[in-house]
Design a protein around this ligand. Sequence first.
Ligand SMILES: Cc1cc2nc3c(=O)[nH]c(=O)nc-3n(C[C@H](O)[C@H](O)[C@H](O)COP(=O)(O)OP(=O)(O)OC[C@H]3O[C@@H](n4cnc5c(N)ncnc54)[C@H](O)[C@@H]3O)c2cc1C
Length: 229
Amino acid sequence: MRAPRFDAAIVTVPLGVLQAGDIRFEPDPPNLAAARQLVMGPVARVTLRCKEAFWEEGLPAAGGAKVAELSFIHARDELFPTWWTQYPLQSRLITAWAGGPRAARLLALSDSGRTGAAVDSLARATGLKRNEVETSVEGVHHHDWASDPFARGAYCYVPAGATGAVRELAAPCEETLFFAGEAADTTGHTGTVHGAIASGLRAAAEAMGSRSPTGELRAESEKTGTNPG
Ligand SMILES: Cc1cc2nc3c(=O)[nH]c(=O)nc-3n(C[C@H](O)[C@H](O)[C@H](O)COP(=O)(O)OP(=O)(O)OC[C@H]3O[C@@H](n4cnc5c(N)ncnc54)[C@H](O)[C@@H]3O)c2cc1C
């Protein structure tokens, strides 16, 4: 059976998937060299399901005050420096987040090692005793985007010296190949949902703009003087 053929493609896989070469291009478009200049960052995330929302009952670190409306805890010195609850939903979940070098360290641990690090961080950040936090935890969920073959990292960033790489990645190739996704956003919002959506709209407009409604390349129909409609 012959492989299906198309006039154009919009590629929206994550940067890490592009960099790993999971998709084969023949020949390689110049966009791939640009993709290699960008970085897919790691994130470690652990969600603790607790027996009760103990943070609502008052935390030593908050002088014992009840913090029923707690949304975020920022504990800059901790391995897990960022925590959030499900507020305004009433829930017994509290989530630990770490990015960058801390995430790399945490992702090198076993699941139980990472859970232990989360309990340590939360105990210090709240001022509770470690065993008070530990005995409150009845379930743990780990998220590791780096080991997911369809993500290969959490979200992308532009390293120093590579500010032009995003535009190079996003540049149409031969009016047939278009790149979208969080790494190919040219509106200044790389690594975000809204940046990814903007890049998809941009790539779709470019793909449509270079094509007639019948799918022929517009440049081709203009060259031959045919009416694309
Ligand atoms: C923990 C965390 C928190 C975040 N918080 C925020 C936030 O608060 N606000 C915000 O704006 N952004 C946030 N982001 C970033 C945001 O989630 C991403 O920027 C956005 O989802 C990227 O969208 P995308 O379409 O580029 O990629 P994705 O949503 O990853 O879509 C890529 C698609 O490609 C598919 N795919 C992968 N490999 C292949 C393959 N080989 N063949 C075919 N298909 C493939 C995948 O299955 C997936 O469906 C967060 C990300 C993480 C990890």
